[in-house]
Design a protein around this ligand. Structure first.
Ligand code: HEM
Length: 426
């Protein structure tokens, strides 16, 4: 059983009008709506004001929303619903709450004899903070509990142990994944608690990792539309430079969104395979490694992010002029991940993750790393093909995948009567 929403119901039209009245920005995910304002001198655009990210669309908007805000959290849940009808109720409640959270609906006040309707962390009016929430489902949801076995996306499996993995069962897999992004941690925590409170009889936390989104950026797309420079991961390298352009819908259609002719179940069209990898970094060891060695492992200059031997972060690494790896070693991370040949074009993936820092372990070593998240139209052609090429890369010595999972990001929702996964549980 899920509890009804206590958030005030405000019509979308009324809500938008209200916000515009207060000067807040409500935008679609398209490049136009997101473009930062040009500076008066025509230089780098200023970052746009924080906004409420549109919830509705053919795809879940958080997968490609810009700017990528500062904070991130991934939570994986087990589903406790008794049957398919219960699951449908839970997904419907989840959607209703996500709609309200992403739109910043104020909570209702009620009789103080009852617990307040929300945690109160954000006060009376949740501010615009680029909050987005993305929901996916794991292979385990398609077991015999809900009679969904024949509706499973064809490539969705429980994430196997891959080379170099030491997967912790307490940090892996799950029936449902929910990814939160927002400008501040309190917005993320508020959203997490609201969703958990609303679905407490159906969704129970299995694992979660939170961090800050200076992990994987949107590369050139972010720079072009918001002026954001590429963030750095905890190895100190710019990460996201060569990422796919989220503003190019043809590229997204080709590499990220499941299409009608992909041979996937009909309900899955518009969704995307999500590969999550919690990858620990041995940062103390890394910090004792020579700069030349660090750069050779990645294939880029640490400070500028330029491909080795070339200048400019976004310059093509130009592998044909370096067939023997004189400039960029043949086993450098970027060269293996994307050899940039016609044949490997079908392996391109959209990366969107965040750094995490979780204290330290029993040996006094920092527990830091990357919550790697990738979206792709095909798990086999995307993440698994790239990962297979990376297997045995010299960078493995400095990193250890300890968790994560494979999920299928549900298609987006269009229409107020629709909910995430409605056609799956129909
Ligand atoms: C902790 C682990 C990892 C670190 C530190 C790391 C770091 C980096 C860095 C610094 C870059 C260069 C900047 C850029 O273009 O984004 C890069 C690129 C890339 N990485 Fe990783 N990465 C990690 C894991 C992975 C994994 C697990 C995959 C996929 C299986 C992956 C796939 C890619 C791809 C596809 C590129 C772009 C290459 C290109 O198009 O030139 N990375 N990574």
């Amino acid at each position: 059983m899920t509890t009804p929403s206590h958030r005030a119901r405000v019509s979308r039209r009324g809500f938008v009008t209200g916000l515009l009245g207060t000067g807040a920005t409500v935008g679609a995910v398209g490049a136009g709506a997101l473009a930062g304002c040009s500076s008066p001198d025509g230089g780098v655009p200023h970052p746009p004001a924080a906004r409420f990210v549109e919830f509705e669309g053919p795809h879940q908007t958080g997968v490609i929303a810009l700017p990528i805000p500062e904070r991130g959290l991934i939570a994986s849940f087990n589903v406790l619903s008794k049957d398919r009808a219960g699951l449908a109720t839970a997904l419907s409640a989840l959607t209703e709450e996500i709609r309200a959270l992403m739109a910043g609906h104020p909570p209702q006040t009620r009789d103080p004899a009852y617990p307040p309707v929300d945690s109160g962390i954000l006060g009376e009016q949740p501010p615009a903070d680029n909050l987005s929430i993305v929901v996916g489902v794991g292979a385990s949801l398609f077991d015999d509990r809900f009679g969904l076995a024949d509706r499973k996306p064809k490539e969705l499996v429980t994430m196997p142990f891959l080379a170099n993995d030491r997967l912790d069962p307490n940090l892996s897999h799950g029936d449902v994944s929910i990814i939160f992004e927002a400008g501040h941690n309190d917005t993320v925590q508020f959203a997490l608690r609201q969703l958990m409170r609303r679905t407490r009889s159906d969704l129970v936390l299995r694992w979660m990792v939170d961090g800050y989104a200076r992990g994987i950026g949107a590369g050139r797309a972010a720079q072009a539309s918001t002026g954001a420079s590429t963030p750095r991961n905890l190895l100190g390298f710019k990460d996201g430079t060569a990422n796919l352009d989220v503003n190019d819908s043809a590229v997204m259609d080709r590499h990220v969104w499941v299409a009608a002719d992909d041979g996937e179940p009909e309900w899955a069209v518009g969704g995307s395979y999500q590969a999550v990898r919690i990858i620990r970094m041995f940062v103390e060891f890394w910090d004792r490694t020579q700069l030349v060695e660090q750069e050779a492992l990645i294939g880029r200059a640490k400070v500028t992010g330029a491909p080795l031997g070339l200048s400019g972060e976004f310059t093509d690494p130009d592998y044909p002029t370096d067939p023997d790896g004189q400039r960029i070693p043949l086993n450098a991370h970027i060269r293996l991940a994307n050899p940039r040949t016609a044949a490997t074009d079908e392996n391109l993936i959209l990366r969107r993750g965040f750094n995490y820092s979780r204290g330290f372990d029993g040996a006094g070593r920092l527990d830091q790393g990357l919550a790697f998240i990738a979206y792709q139209r095909s798990l086999n052609k995307g993440f698994l093909a790239v990962q297979a090429r990376l297997t045995g890369e010299p960078l493995e010595e400095y990193i250890l995948p300890v968790g994560g999972g494979f999920f299928f990001t549900l298609p987006g929702v269009t229409g107020s009567d629709r909910f995430l996964g409605d056609e799956l549980v129909d």
